[in-house]
Design a protein around this ligand. Sequence first.
Ligand SMILES: O=C(O)CCC(=O)C(=O)O
Length: 244
Amino acid sequence: MTLAETEQESLVREGYVRVAAAVPPPRIAAALRAINHSIGQGLCPADLPTFRARSFCPELQRAPVILELLGAVWPLVESLLGEGRVEPVRSGQIALAFPQLEPAAPPYPHLDGLHTPTNGVPSGEVRSFTLLVGVMLSDVVPGAGNLTVWPGSHRLYEAYFREHGPRSLLKDMPPVALPEPVEVTGRAGDLVLCHYQLAHAVGANTSSHVRYAAYFRLKSLGHDDRRWECLTDLWGEWPGVRGR
Ligand SMILES: O=C(O)CCC(=O)C(=O)O
């Protein structure tokens, strides 16, 4: 299981790539069953801000039924980050986007691992990683709570950090003009691979359906000791990416 050459080119240029039908339907069905069972037990409104920032169904984050979604694509991940070169992944994020009644507002780009009041990251830290792996658990049409990305923002940020220093990320998101965002669409079972340094957001969901997805944040072995230099060396932790 490897990326086709055009998919790799797209990953390098845009900072993300969608891989169709990467996770087998039985694994998607098993994960959805567990998630729907969990939310059927009831959601406490007070938990929602934390669930949105961290994960819905926290009791499932380490469950085999969620981790096996990543297991299905582990060879692909290792083909990019190197065999035996990825830190073990012990939990996933269950990301649900419920329909909203208000009109869509423009999405706000972010990088993961920066402090917010609800995400559990202490202020003064940047909890970066190498690769964001998203698994679509439901079909996603435009306007349905899509993962929204700013293609090429990873390269713009790399240039910014080279000029201003990687630790400038401790202050805030780099004040860089970004291209138009793209809503990633696809089918249940599709995979989205994003470079850590790609600006992204969850888009508005003005559809009639809940958007279901799972995300895994992968680190190259020893990433924490290299976290600052990675910001100015986009592909240093990606030995499987050609033409870096
Ligand atoms: O829910 C999504 O599709 C995006 C989530 C997101 O932006 C994040 O977890 O950092």
